[in-house]
Design a binder for this molecule. Structure first.
Ligand code: GLN
Length: 488
């Protein structure tokens, strides 16, 4: 048997069902490795002792019919967990202990998963590098000195470092797919309305989606199956027939039509990314798929549209943090003074920037010029995809315009930081599903990902395409435990 923490989810499940290993042994192995991996700063809150208790409970009374039988799992600290601190990476929620559980995490526990801890993320999921977190930046375990991506940076880092066998993130503009791409892991953003948003700290409500992150496509399919459920507690949850994504997984993509959008061939794209994309095209062709050149003409408007819509919704969602209802509170001379001090001390600078942009684009004088215009352009972006899907079954693009960048490299240049999302945000604006899979390395040996975008509710199809590509790519993580050597 392989070392426990480097096993995939499906391997762990098989070993636990075959009684080769117990839930306590698995949980201990992940805890031990996490103890040696503090340098990465992946965790905000550890839940180790209660994880061990729950693992023991599972072993005393095991149920192998569950989909995640006794599997310890750390989750992004944006999911509310009943009785366990939930910070959203912010000082303003530093001491917030929810009295309820998010539906997505509840689904995981109902299926036998065990909470290992809460993972670092950009503050309120605003960022692309995990550097906006109040709890400090996170390190990329497979690219020393580089960011793990964001906002689900702690999730990607913990997964790539073998501190959790699978994890969940949220993706408003790329926060699952971009960190997956930067760390050589798999990340899927489901169709808007697939996974309940109940109990997830809100960033931009019309864009936010929870999704699975894993070491391979099969694990991703299984976790999606667990977390994607219709939920009456979320008014935007959609009641559609969900597949048994893992058992219906197939490598037969013969005859599938895959679109290659010309607008994604942007200026200044590193040659390595372009080459990776061409290789991806060859792989799907080898699998029997047909390549079709397509156009998504409004692509270049996606980023400016996103950076109007997302801050607008954020400014409204974040108005609830006033020092009265939640978390941190600063003393003031009067009510207004208390509000102002709480919000200026409680929120970091990126969050404040978004609130200011958001209130500006929603203000009565500028609403029509910015917010309303952005909503119209959002519809045009959606129409582009609808038009493309008349001729293709899925779309293949790079996940990100570059591999991971250095820690600190873009912190003073928000616009260059925002440019990271150029290939991921159109998907959120259109509400579509998309998966990022590791597809190769750059000249520094850092991972790079490819993205498969599907039609709404067509998760099975993109999983199948990713599954067949994965076999051809045969990606092997270049993990070398540098941080553990440092820790000694
Ligand atoms: N990087 C994007 C942003 O900063 C996306 C974040 C996300 O998907 N949560 O808004």
């Amino acid at each position: 048997m392989n070392d426990i923490t480097s096993q995939t989810l499906n391997e762990l499940i098989k070993n636990i069902k075959d009684k080769n290993i117990s839930s306590v042994e698995i949980t201990k192995a992940f805890i031990n490795r996490s103890e040696k991996s503090k340098i990465l700063n992946s965790f905000v809150t550890e839940n180790f002792s209660s994880a061990l208790k729950n693992a023991q409970k599972f072993d005393d009374n095991p149920n192998f019919d569950l989909k995640l039988p006794g599997i310890p799992i750390a989750v992004k600290d944006l999911f509310c967990t009943d009785g366990v601190r939930t910070t959203a990476g912010s000082k303003i929620l530093n001491n917030f202990i929810p009295s309820y559980e998010s539906t997505v995490t509840q689904n995981i526990w109902n299926d036998g998963g065990i909470l290992l801890g809460k993972l670092n993320c950009d503050e309120f999921a605003m960022g692309s590098s995990n550097e906006t977190s109040f709890f400090g930046n996170v390190h990329n375990p497979v690219a020393k000195g580089f960011v793990p991506g964001g906002s689900s940076g702690g999730s990607a880092s913990a997964l790539a470092a073998n501190l959790t066998p699978i994890t969940i993130g949220t993706d408003t503009g790329g926060s699952i797919r971009q960190p997956a791409s930067f760390t050589g892991t798999v990340g899927l953003k489901p169709t808007y309305g697939s996974c309940s948003r109940y109990g997830i700290v809100a960033f931009a409500s019309s864009l936010d989606q929870a999704g699975p992150m894993s070491k391979n496509v099969k694990d991703c399919a299984l976790l999606l199956e667990v977390i994607s459920t219709y939920d009456l507690k979320d008014s935007t949850s959609i009641n559609f027939k969900r597949n048994n994504y893992s058992s219906e997984l197939s490598k037969n993509i013969k005859g599938k039509k895959i679109g290659i959008p010309k607008e994604y061939r942007i200026d200044d794209m590193p040659k390595e990314v372009d080459k990776l994309w061409s290789k991806g095209i060859e792989y799907v062709k080898d699998c029997g798929a047909e390549i079709i050149d397509i156009s998504l003409p409004h692509t270049s408007y996606a980023l400016p549209t996103y950076y109007i819509v997302a801050p607008a919704e954020a400014s409204s969602n974040l108005s609830r943090y006033d020092g009265v209802k939640y978390g941190f509170r600063s003393e003031g001379n009067n009510l207004i003074d208390m509000y102002e001090k709480t919000r200026s001390e409680g929120f970091g600078s990126e969050v404040q920037r978004r609130i200011m942009i958001g209130t500006y684009v929603l203000s009565s004088g500028y609403y029509d010029a910015f917010y309303l215009k952005a909503q119209k352009v959002r519809k045009l972006i959606k129409n582009d995809f609808d038009e493309a899907y008349k001729t293709v079954d899925a779309i293949l693009t790079p996940s990100t315009p570059s591999s991971a960048f250095k820690i600190g490299e873009k912190t003073n240049d928000p616009v260059s930081m925002y440019l990271n999302d150029i290939f991921t945000v159109p998907v959120n604006l259109a509400g579509l599903p998309a998966i990022s899979i590791p597809a190769g390395f750059d000249s520094k040996g850092h991972p790079m990902g490819l993205q498969v975008i599907g039609k709404a509710f067509d998760e099975q199809n993109i999983l199948n395409i990713a599954y067949s590509m994965e076999e051809k790519i045969n990606f092997k993580s270049k993990i070398n435990d540098w941080w553990i050597k440092n820790e000694k």
